[in-house]
Design a protein around this ligand. Structure first.
Ligand code: NDP
Length: 253
């Protein structure tokens, strides 16, 4: 039987773990051929082979998208392999939580480099191809999904620059949404609450404990729950545009 994304091609950044890996698997199940982008090749190969085992199509594109030129490369490699690009999921991100007094500017720079600069570079490379895909696909639509955060809506102590990157992303996406409306490229943001992933492994020890305490005793979301939201957005018919989805854990304040 027909699946909603049969014939479509998706590129997912940060597809080696967490939300990105779950999203790649899910979009493949919906029929899309998927380009998997992240730095850890072994983890990408694992996701790709899982997808292949289920009869799907995926290619691992190992790249650090913060390096000059790599954002263009990953889009080009997707086109070389699959010939088009219908869905871009901007998901790769890091969260380094520390109060301004106790952080380093290097931590701030790393978040800006990935959550903002690399995301912009991938988006800029992809937009012409999304427009082309929307005009040539039988579905007459393409999608640009951005993984933001509840931190994009409410800033808390210790998350100043992380919140800056995510609230800035929301503004960027809203502007782009209006620009691309007439091109039939839908632009959306998904704002997850607490999700059980490797994200908190990258924060410093003290803030990791604080972050864990925050979600201690509540059942966090699973990466598949966010993949579910993304899948809902990109499988809608052309007349529907889901611009924003805020998905918190059930017990999360
Ligand atoms: P993970 O740490 O599991 O995933 C992050 C992904 O980004 C990994 O695949 C990582 O792969 C990739 N990545 C990191 N640096 C680079 C780089 N320089 N170039 C290419 N890829 C890179 O965490 P999540 O799944 O939780 O995070 C995904 C997104 O979800 C992030 O944008 C995060 O801000 C957001 N989010 C997460 C929440 C949560 O509670 N977990 C809540 C709200 C939003 P590799 O290391 O192999 O490069």
């Amino acid at each position: 039987h027909d699946r909603p994304l049969d014939g479509a091609v998706a590129l997912v950044t940060g597809a080696s773990s967490g939300i990105g890996a779950a999203t790649a698997r899910r979009l493949a199940r919906e029929g899309a051929a998927v380009a998997l982008v992240a730095r850890r090749r072994d983890r990408l190969d694992q996701v790709a082979s899982d997808i292949a085992k289920l009869g799907g199509e995926a290619v691992a594109v190992a790249a650090d998208i913060t390096e000059p030129g790599r954002a263009d490369d990953v889009v080009q490699e997707t086109l070389d392999r699959f010939g088009r690009l219908d869905v871009l999921v901007n998901n790769a991100g890091i969260m380094l939580l520390n109060p301004a007094l106790h952080t380093t500017v290097e931590e701030w720079d790393r978040m800006i480099a990935l959550n903002v600069a690399a995301l912009l570079h991938v988006t800029h490379a992809a937009v012409p191809h999304l427009i082309y895909a929307a005009s040539t696909s039988p579905r007459q639509v393409a999608d640009l999904v951005n993984v933001s955060s509840t931190a994009g809506r409410a800033a808390r102590p210790g998350s100043s620059v992380y919140a800056l990157t995510k609230s800035g992303l929301n503004a960027f996406a809203e502007s782009l949404r209006q620009e691309l409306l007439s091109e039939r490229v839908r632009v959306s943001v998904v704002e997850p609450g607490a999700v059980d992933t490797e994200l908190v492994n990258h924060v410093s020890d003290t803030t990791r404990d604080a972050a864990r305490r925050q979600i201690d005793g509540i059942e966090a979301l699973r990466p598949e729950d966010v993949a579910d939201a993304i899948s809902y957005i990109v499988t809608r018919e052309r007349r529907v545009a889901v611009n924003e989805m805020l998905v918190r854990a059930g017990d999360q304040t």
